[in-house]
Design a protein around this ligand. Structure first.
Ligand code: GCU
Length: 337
């Protein structure tokens, strides 16, 4: 694949005109940004990506649009992000832990039992001043973070037994997202951690290479992990945001007015992707139950106790993290569970 896809401006984009596909007034070309996504067309982040494309096309008089590629068509997140960094993919949704290999400070939002509520997490993610340094910290590597969104609450699931205490985790091989913090977390919870891209997990569960994984209800159901790991246990250990990323190169390649118009759309898209998630999680749980998945409460308190020292250690590592941790505590107080 080459650079940004450039095609003739379509009739739809310029509101009718000649049938040749040329723009009738002014003769422009349309730049189509590729947006890489690792899940299905039912997911709120897919809808939000499509919506961003529509609004961008309007706001730039058809000069820009977006094509969303779902289901890891462009690869798993840890591979796609390299293409985004070098500018061959312009946009992607990514899970927080993947960003830790570009700047470890992203870990602050990926630690267990950090956010007490959806509202608390949103207050933090929408605080532009708080996130300014962090979100622009990896532009020298080609990556601009546009926004963080709510992406559910993650719980443990496996094919062997319901998990209710850390002891139940003994010997269970659990897939995690690719970062040291996620590996360490599962070890402290009592299991054996195995980092990999999401798309590899189903067959690893099926063949018994993995006993389980940890994720929110929509991913558990939509990627069909509920077919091969039927015990879903509410440890509620993580509320990790996903991020919308843009290739810094692509962003800098836009005219200033188009770039401003694009950036102005981001808060609406952040809100859309986040708020839609709540109903989606509920529907996904119901669907998984119909398929025979068994949901149970796990004593979150026992897991939390094991994980607190890890959280304190990561959060106190430098001033940037301390500042964010203090803000999270305030947001939790203002928005309790
Ligand atoms: C969630 C998250 C994704 C992430 C996935 C994973 O579904 O929304 O961004 O890739 O978890 O566990 O890999």
């Amino acid at each position: 694949t080459g650079a940004v896809g450039v095609v003739s401006l379509s009739m739809a984009a310029c509101g009718g005109g000649s049938s040749s596909g040329e723009a009738s007034g002014g003769g422009g070309e349309q730049t189509v940004f590729k947006l890489a996504f690792n899940q299905t067309e039912e997911h709120p982040q897919y809808h939000a990506g499509e919506e961003l494309g529509k609004r961008l096309e309007e706001a730039t008089d058809g000069r820009y649009s977006i094509k969303v590629y779902p289901n890891e068509q462009l690869g798993g997140q840890s591979d796609v992000i390299q293409n985004l960094a070098n500018g061959t993919v312009e946009l992607m949704w990514v899970g927080g832990p993947v960003l830790e290999s570009y700047n470890e400070d992203f870990v602050v939002y990926n630690l267990p039992y950090v956010f007490d509520s959806y509202e608390s997490q949103m207050a933090i993610l929408q605080d532009e001043e708080l996130n300014d340094d962090l979100f622009h910290s990896i532009e020298d590597k080609g990556i601009t973070v546009l926004a963080g969104v709510h992406a559910g609450i993650r719980n443990i699931y496996n094919s062997k037994r319901p998990v209710t205490t850390p002891d139940d985790m003994a010997g269970l091989k659990i897939r995690v997202q690719q970062s040291d913090s996620q590996v360490k977390m599962i070890e402290l919870m009592g299991g054996v951690a195995s980092p990999m891209n999401l798309g590899e997990v189903y067959s690893a569960l099926q063949t018994g290479v993995l006993d389980g994984a940890e994720n929110n209800e929509p991913t558990y159901d939509a990627i069909k992990h509920d077919e091969v790991a039927k015990y879903y246990s509410y440890t509620k250990h993580l509320m990790i945001p996903d991020y919308l990323l843009v290739s810094t190169k692509a962003l800098e390649g836009m005219d200033e007015a188009d770039r401003e118009a694009f950036l102005a759309l981001i808060p609406e898209i952040q809100e859309l992707a986040s708020s839609e998630f709540l109903d989606y999680a509920e529907e996904s749980k119901q669907h998984a139950e119909e398929l025979g998945a068994q949901f149970n409460d796990a004593g979150a308190a026992a897991f939390k106790e094991k994980l607190t020292p890890m959280v304190e250690e990561y959060m106190s590592a430098n001033e940037a993290r301390q500042t964010i941790y203090a803000a999270i505590k305030e947001a939790n107080q203002a928005n309790p569970a």
